[in-house]
Design a protein around this ligand. Structure first.
Ligand code: HEC
Length: 163
């Protein structure tokens, strides 16, 4: 009897271990999927980031129109949030090796990476401020936050983009 119990006990432990392993294996797979490396051609990355930049100007226009007389500040809030999300991932669109024909990025994007990322972080903060202030419903303050955000575009372009 004791022997059988011991066997069940051992089986129980074995099953437990199996279940734990299965859970671990699943987590492992999820982690693998999350960190899976995909390959994009440098030209494809350049095309995607340039398309994203051109799309981002729509949100800039949306914010500007919203701050004008009669504009809906909720559209400035939404636009600010969109741009903050874009600013957050923007540096990932400039991986090593994507300094190829067709880009207007300067070499400084890669040689002064810390500076480039700091400019992107400034942009993210400024866009979040637009959203935060627009949500408070103050048109004049939203317009000021919009101008401050536009200055962060310019600050990055002068140092990291060809004229
Ligand atoms: C952290 C740096 C940085 C910030 C901030 C930034 N940009 Fe840029 N932008 C670039 C770089 C670098 C390129 C060139 C990308 C390429 O050609 O590969 C670019 C390209 C562009 C382009 C494509 C135009 C062209 O012909 O090359 C537009 C449009 C643009 N940016 C608009 C904006 C606007 C509007 C903002 C702010 C709301 C902004 N950018 C903020 C770095 C930045």
């Amino acid at each position: 009897m004791a022997g059988r119990l011991a066997i069940f006990g051992a089986a129980g432990i074995a099953l437990g271990a199996l279940a734990a392993f299965a859970a671990y294996a699943q987590e492992g797979q999820a982690a693998d999927a999350a960190s899976a490396q995909v390959t994009l051609k440098a030209q494809e990355i350049v095309a995607a980031r340039r398309a994203a930049y051109f799309l981002s100007t729509q949100a800039v226009g949306q914010i500007k129109a919203a701050t004008e007389e009669g504009g809906d500040l909720r559209r400035a809030e939404a636009g600010g949030r969109m741009l903050a999300n874009w600013a957050k991932v923007l540096p990932t669109m400039f991986p090593e090796g994507s300094n190829v024909e067709g880009t207007r990025a300067l070499d400084t994007v890669w040689s002064d990476r810390a500076g480039f990322e700091a400019r992107a972080a400034d942009y993210q903060r400024a866009a979040s401020e637009v959203a935060r202030i627009a949500a408070e419903g103050n048109r004049e303050e939203t317009a000021k936050a919009f101008m401050a955000m536009a200055a962060t575009c310019h600050a990055c372009h002068t140092a990291y983009r060809k004229e």
